[in-house]
Design a protein around this ligand. Sequence first.
Ligand SMILES: NC(=O)c1ccc[n+]([C@@H]2O[C@H](COP(=O)([O-])OP(=O)(O)OC[C@H]3O[C@@H](n4cnc5c(N)ncnc54)[C@H](OP(=O)(O)O)[C@@H]3O)[C@@H](O)[C@H]2O)c1
Length: 340
Amino acid sequence: MSLPPHAPVVPDTPTPTPPVRWGLLGAGHIARRGAQGIVDAPGCELAAVAARDHGRAGTLAADFGCDTTYASYTQLCADERVEAVYVNTTHPWHLEHALLAIEAGKHVLVEKPIALNAAQATQVFDAARAAGVFAIEGMWTRTLPVIREVERVVGDGEIGDVVRVEASLSLNLDYDERHRLFDLDNGGGALLDMGVYCCAFLWLFLGRPDTVHVMGSLAPTGADQVAALQWGYDSGAIGHAFVTSRGLAPGRALIVGRRGYVEIDPKFHHPAGATVVVDGAPPRRIQAPHQQFAHQFAEAARCIRAGELESPLVPHADTIGVMEILDAARSELGVHYPQE
Ligand SMILES: NC(=O)c1ccc[n+]([C@@H]2O[C@H](COP(=O)([O-])OP(=O)(O)OC[C@H]3O[C@@H](n4cnc5c(N)ncnc54)[C@H](OP(=O)(O)O)[C@@H]3O)[C@@H](O)[C@H]2O)c1
């Protein structure tokens, strides 16, 4: 079996100038980590924060030395100083909010999953391309140094042809129908929240599967709480993805080749290291601490200043392909969102 073509690993480039000025659309849980990523990323600056609750926008902005805040997303997108928007609302809002920013001529980084389904993801990317702006899903895993080095190791054939890839993630939550992970109105479900990482990882090292088998179970709200996907390839390669919002798993990922394997440190979606084992040689460590979200914002800024509309690290086609698999898996499990 030959490996699927890999996105080229972008070499480190000079800091983009002038800095890209980012606006935060939303000021919830993940917005804080996004703000940190922006201030840590070379070539990025936090210009404004918008939230439905103006006070909350103000608190977040002040914590990161930003003095422009809005109580309306429309006002944020009308701010000419804002060049790029980080959409960090919950998934059902991603399409509407990404389109709002794109239509105002802003570049966008949209939190994962980019939207509720592949059709919506395609809408976002088509609109961005038509407007001539950069768009990327916040699949930060693919921008992290360890994952990029593992891509190189596997791409160079060090472990031989890939025959199996597995990835799992979990959240050990008590059932609460109002929690985002269980609330269908708010895009609930383990597949869209965590499965998107596992599937993006399988896709990175195996490409599009020829067959997919799905098993799982639903919470009383109808949101998936356990999902296991088995990907099959005509070559004989196999992929396994497992997610649950009702259990505690370490978050492992493993890439098995004909001559060796790579084990990614948990949690695999933001690893600080990985171990490469090649038959007959002592294990080798890849160690590369990362700066959380800073890598994805730095990559977005690099693309924006280079005039690129998508990043080779997180190509649109891969994002859509993964969403198509999640669509099919949800359909088989019977998970439907009211906004679809
Ligand atoms: N990359 C990662 O590691 C990571 C980790 C966790 C989450 N995420 C992603 O980030 C996104 C947000 O997750 P979160 O945990 O930050 O969620 P959250 O705190 O519950 O909500 C984020 C924001 O979404 C808006 N929002 C939430 N519920 C809404 C509703 N019912 N109606 C209208 N707006 C609503 C609010 O915006 P306002 O602030 O304007 O009120 C809220 O602050 C999700 O898509 C999730 O998958 C990514």
